[in-house]
Design a protein. Sequence first.
Length: 51
Amino acid sequence: MERSLSWLSRYRRLNVIVERTKTHLIAFVEIAFVSILSRRLRRLTAQDCSA
């Protein structure tokens, strides 16, 4: 949980949310996690291809 929160803290858009609705916050968190996980997946597949 702590690592997930530190990953999210890197997204400046989540640190200062102008839209204060719960729906917008959830959407931005989901977008951030999709971005984080897609980068990690790309990195893992690149390592598998090179090995």
